[in-house]
Design a protein. Structure first.
Length: 387
């Protein structure tokens, strides 16, 4: 009899999270209230950035970042092909053209080599931004990518929804994902599968006060209040959006953020258990390669499976795992192969992205998993692969 299926990821909502939302519902402001600023301040402190600007979701965070940089139609933005659609789409929202970078086939990450190769394909366009993605929680080589982007007249915008809590060290300097030390901005999402959840929700972090101010203005219709004007006066220099995150959801975010150390420790423990449990399945199954500087809080448990050597299709593995109560997901279909982008830019040859896609599978990973669940997943995978 099939039992419940472990999803590849899910939120952890506890009684005090619910109480925090109820309290926000009884307060004076449901949307732009004091909890927005409190959540932003706590988030900035958590990741070590000077400013944090809350917004409607991770896609809005990316769009706001493009607007804050004033990226213009026809300018270029470099995006890795292995990411969620939104990383590329945000460039199109402002009329910019996407140049897809390849990724390392073992880590799925944009590297200095794949960025250099993409830079060579920008052509005559003005390059404004490079958007590396900290896939599954392992971080990219930020100092080297920033140097390459800077040399081409562009800045980094980190798409960091997978990396909340991740740390890295370049040289002897310990850094937190989202501290925006090497980038203009970093973006986050609080979608239920991400490390903390608000339902829908997002955040942009930056150390640049000017960018933070622009993000806040564009987040709310492009409205500003001149300092010495009458109390009812607002001005709009350019149309913005309604990308605000309501007080109710900021209350949930603030409550969830307090649990980040516990959630992170649990994710680290589960990832370590997976390493041990999956080791006997090498070389058919390998955990995605970890860069030397990376000390991740994994958002996704990405493994690479040599389906060809195992003599099975991914579809049959996915189906058989599901029958054994193990949900999986694929992160991601290379964005450059989506019909819209293929139509716009033609067929691109990005062998690293294709090789990653051919083998990747994300196994269940979330704080609410039981210790035994890791063994259950590994045993199911072993059985399904006939090992
Ligand atoms: C989740 C995610 C997004 C989009 O976030 P939403 O809150 O769902 O809009 C963008 N990029 C990456 C890498 C993501 O994982």
């Amino acid at each position: 009899m099939p039992g419940p299926v472990l999803p590849y990821g899910r939120q952890t909502i506890e009684d005090d999270d619910i109480a925090a939302v109820v309290e926000a519902l009884r307060a004076d402001f449901l949307t732009t209230g004091p909890t927005v600023a409190a959540f932003e301040a706590a988030f900035a402190e958590t990741v070590g950035a000077r400013h944090a600007v809350a917004c409607a979701n991770g896609t809005a965070a990316l769009h706001l970042a493009m607007l804050a940089l004033d990226v213009q139609p026809g300018e270029a933005v470099i995006v890795p092909s292995i990411t969620f659609l939104a990383t590329a789409n945000c460039a199109r929202y402002v009329g910019a053209e996407v140049v897809f970078a390849d990724v390392d086939p073992h880590s799925g990450l944009m590297t200095p080599e794949t960025l250099a190769e993409a830079l060579a394909r920008v052509g005559g366009r003005k390059l404004r931004a490079v958007l590396p993605v900290h896939l599954r929680g392992d971080t990219v080589n930020l100092p080297e990518l920033a140097a390459l982007a800077g040399g081409a007249g562009a800045v980094l915008v980190e798409d960091a929804p997978h990396a909340l809590g991740s740390t890295m060290s370049f040289g002897n300097v310990a850094e937190r994902a989202g501290d925006a030390r090497h980038s203009a901005m970093a973006t986050f999402s609080f979608h239920p599968v991400k490390t903390i959840a608000t339902g829908e929700g997002g955040m942009v972090t930056t150390n640049d006060a000017g960018l933070a101010e622009r993000l806040r203005t564009v987040r709310s219709h492009g409205m500003t209040r001149p300092a010495d004007a009458d109390p009812w006066v607002y001005e709009m220099a350019e149309p913005g959006f309604n990308y605000r995150l309501p007080d109710i959801l900021c209350a949930l975010g603030l409550s969830q953020l307090k649990k980040l150390p516990r959630f992170a420790a649990r994710r680290r423990a589960l990832a370590a258990a997976y390493e041990t449990a999956l080791a006997p399945l090498a070389p058919i199954v390998r955990i995605a390669a970890r860069p030397a500087w990376s000390d991740p809080v994994l958002h996704l448990m990405c493994v690479l499976i040599d389906f060809q050597a195992a003599g099975v299709s991914r579809r049959s593995v996915v189906d058989a795992l599901r029958e054994r109560g193990v949900g999986t997901q694929v992160h991601y279909i290379p964005v450059h192969t989506q019909p819209y982008y293929r139509e716009r830019y033609g067929a691109l040859d990005l062998p690293g992205a294709n090789a990653w896609y051919d083998r990747c599978l994300s196994l269940p990973l979330y704080p609410g998993m039981a210790d035994e669940d890791v063994g259950r997943v590994a045993a199911a995978l072993r059985a399904v692969l006939g090992r």
